[in-house]
Design a protein around this ligand. Structure first.
Ligand code: G
Ligand code: G
Ligand code: MN
Ligand code: NA
Length: 262
């Protein structure tokens, strides 16, 4: 239908834009960075979320140039935030998380494109975190992991997104070049009730303890209430993201939030 024909040229028409959702340190509540979330401002349908067009972009191959565009915009945005911080920040320069689709992982240009984008923007690799879903890496062979490993060696963080929804062997984590687990929103939702389901509490406690013993940080998604944030902090999670802190929004908003904390 309409989306299918309009998508291939939407990038050149400049119809995509990016919203940023803060990543907050659970220990002290400070904003440490943001996740980039792409939207399509469709001339007839208005703003469309990624669920409406990412699968189509993957199917048509547009995801590669679109993903490259998102990465370049996001890295430039991180550079701007850092300039605005002016080195006077209390908690270190702001960082940027960017989602990678499985098609981008298998594209041979991934490493070089990422290196070029970071260099053009003058941003250090450790400012960047690439999010890959757990399901994209289940059963991944060495060829698929090689580009991620090279990026990780350069200092780029790799996060395992939607963690806990797939069926990955926990022991398998050791061979993945990841440094962050993003615990799926469903775990956060189960912390909504008080007292939370004791089995869910045990599961999260176990994941956090395993993650920390493997030197991985734990980020939680979908935090909507202070009670959830408290519970997840007590369970040892490191970083949080969700409507309780801020909805995804324009880049200026993130800078305001970060400056308030500094
Ligand atoms: O909050 P939102 O509805 O924007 O995000 C929905 C999903 O779309 C998220 O799971 C996120 O991983 C995915 N997504 C958002 N932006 C991008 C992007 O730039 N590239 C890819 N591959 N996925 C994205
Ligand atoms: O990459 P990922 O699918 O995790 O992207 C985050 C998704 O979760 C986006 O669709 C974003 O809009 C959504 N989201 C972010 N914060 C919250 C929240 O607090 N509650 C809910 N229900 N969704 C959220
Ligand atoms: Mn994500
Ligand atoms: Na996620």
């Amino acid at each position: 239908h309409g989306l299918t024909t309009a998508l291939p040229t939407a990038l050149e028409r400049g119809e995509f834009f990016i919203e940023y959702q803060p990543l907050v340190h659970l220990g002290d509540g400070s904003v440490r960075g943001a996740e980039a979330l792409v939207r399509w401002l469709h001339p007839q349908h208005g703003v469309l979320g990624p669920d409406r067009f990412i699968p189509l972009a993957e199917h048509t191959g547009l995801i590669v140039p679109l993903g490259r565009w998102v990465l370049e915009q996001s890295v430039r945005q991180a550079r701007e935030w850092r300039e605005l911080q002016g080195g006077a920040e209390a908690v270190g320069p702001l960082r940027i998380n960017v989602n990678l689709s499985p098609c981008q992982l298998t594209h041979p240009g991934l490493v070089q494109d990422t290196v070029d984008i970071l260099e053009r923007a003058g941003v250090e690799p450790d400012a960047l975190c690439l999010e890959v879903t757990e399901s994209a890496l289940i059963g991944a062979d060495d060829d698929l992991l090689k580009p991620l490993r090279r990026l990780a060696e350069m200092g780029v963080d790799i996060a395992l997104d939607d963690f806990g929804t797939g069926y990955s062997n926990l022991a398998n984590l050791r061979r993945l070049p990841v440094s962050i687990l993003k615990l799926d929103r469903s775990f956060t939702q189960s912390m909504q009730q008080f007292p939370a389901d004791p089995v869910d509490l045990k599961i999260v406690e176990g994941i956090v303890s395993l993650a920390h013993s493997l030197d991985l940080a734990v980020t939680v998604e979908g935090v909507e209430t202070g009670a959830q944030a408290d519970q997840l902090r007590i369970l040892g999670c490191d970083t949080a993201q969700g409507w309780y802190y801020a909805r995804p929004g324009p880049p200026e908003r993130l800078h305001e939030l970060a400056l308030v904390d500094a």
